[in-house]
Design a protein around this ligand. Structure first.
Ligand SMILES: Cc1ncc(COP(=O)(O)O)c(C=O)c1O
Length: 423
């Protein structure tokens, strides 16, 4: 019997799928050059898209049985999981949404067991200097990363010889300096801390936007970061880390959502454990979801390539600055120490606020000027820069250029040209 063959369909040219916008592309205003990522990074498309997708579902979180509310609750808890995964949270760690790094550090400061001594370095951002209790130890800024490790080991050895056996110690250090961009030796500091029975918090506000940070791999106890420095909108940060101190502490805020039982008597209340204990009040769902979207996008990206690209821009910037006769870079560690895309500098003989204003007005370039909420460090680096160069005309405040996703060679060159042609 003859077999009827199904005629094959004529070949059709399938149109190419529309290119999907890069989730790590950043939003911005054409013509405006944003070299102030360290203050607040531009918003990534991943964050904007995640917010736009969720907006129609806008409803309560953890407080409603409706479909919208259930979806919002799910989105919030998924965001917690994603952010926790992004920073390598371990079983038993809490991922607590806060407003920003400052809020996260203050939360941990309030959760310290009584008698805890906190050890920091004088090079920290104010957010990691000011929240700590009286009696905290502030170590001098070291000359290099190895010096930081030695100084910490010596300080912790002295503390353990002290008459305070058994009392907790927390070491609180930055992952990368917001003034110099220099990367701190977090894993080594964590090893030293643990050898002396201390815990360690890493302020990852500046490190996380530029490099992977993994709590488990670094063996760090707590980590704090800000969404608005990590390409998400303002208003969300996280504190991630060991649950025991956090569950034993009084709630950061007292109110709805932080309780498991409230009775009729004035103070009859059982506080929840877990993240809810410190997240009273309706949470910032959109902020959490936006932050998680950026974390997911970064987790799926080739971070080595992003790092290489950023380092090439940073080298271009630093080489260009070094070639300008009146520009002096601020640094704590040797010039070749690893750093993220942040450079602080002064223009000798020029007021830094005036230079920043000219860059904005004449060139549409945004940089930061001042002492960068790290007054002890910035003042020290300014006087060291004067000593190193022998110049007596350095201004009392500095400029900072910081870059990241979306920064181009043209942006860097525009800054260098503008500085070279200051009237
Ligand atoms: C290293 C570092 N830690 C903490 C903070 C505080 O961050 P936020 O203002 O988001 O709380 C900053 C902000 O610049 C910072 O650079």
């Amino acid at each position: 019997m003859p077999v009827t063959l199904v005629p094959s369909l004529p070949a059709v040219d399938t149109p190419p799928a529309p290119a999907r916008p890069d989730p790590l592309g950043v939003l911005g205003v054409p013509g405006e050059i944003n070299l102030d990522h360290a203050a607040s990074a531009p918003c990534a498309r991943a964050a904007a898209d995640a917010v736009a997708e969720l907006l129609p579902w806008y409803a309560s979180v953890h407080r409603g049985a409706g479909a919208l509310s259930r979806r919002c609750t799910l989105a919030y808890e998924r965001a917690r999981q994603t952010v926790g995964d992004f920073v390598g949270a371990r079983a038993g760690d809490h991922v607590i949404f806060t407003r920003n790094t400052t809020d996260s550090v203050n939360l941990l400061a309030r959760a310290l067991p009584a008698g805890t001594t906190v050890v920091t370095f004088a090079g920290e951002h104010h957010a990691n200097l000011l929240p700590w209790p009286r009696g905290s130890v502030r170590l001098p800024v070291p000359a290099d990363p190895a010096g930081a490790v030695r100084a910490l080991a010596a300080a912790l050895a002295e503390l353990s010889r002290d008459a305070r056996p058994g009392l907790p110690v927390l070491v609180a250090v930055t992952g990368a300096s917001n003034v110099t961009g220099e990367v701190w030796p977090v894993a080594e500091l964590a090893r030293v801390a643990h050898r002396h029975g201390a815990r360690i918090l890493v302020d990852a506000a500046q490190l996380a936007p530029h490099a992977p940070v993994d709590l488990a791999a670094l063996d760090v106890d707590y980590l704090a970061l800000s969404g608005h420095k990590l390409y998400a909108p303002f208003g969300t940060g996280v504190l991630v880390g060991r649950g025991d101190w956090l569950d034993a502490a009084a709630p950061y805020l007292a109110g709805g959502g932080a309780t498991s039982h409230v009775g009729p008597a004035t103070h009859e209340v059982r506080w929840a454990t877990g993240p809810a204990r410190h997240e009273a009040g309706t949470p910032n769902l959109l902020g959490a979801v936006a932050l998680a979207a950026v974390c997911a996008a970064l987790a799926g990206a080739d971070r080595a390539a992003l790092h290489a690209r950023e380092q090439a821009l940073l080298s271009r910037l630093r080489r260009g600055l070094a070639a300008l006769p009146d520009v002096v870079e601020l640094r704590t560690f040797p010039a070749d120490a690893p750093r993220v895309g942040i450079v602080s500098f002064v223009v000798a003989g020029r007021d830094s606020a005036d230079v920043a204003a000219r860059l904005a007005a004449a060139h549409r370039i945004g940089v930061r000027d001042g002492l960068f909420c790290a007054h002890p460090l910035a003042r020290r680096l300014l006087s060291e820069a004067a000593a190193r160069t022998g110049r007596t005309d350095l201004p009392p405040t500095a400029l900072r250029a910081s870059l990241g996703l979306g920064t181009t060679e043209a942006d860097v060159d525009a800054l260098l040209t503008a500085l070279a042609t200051l009237p």
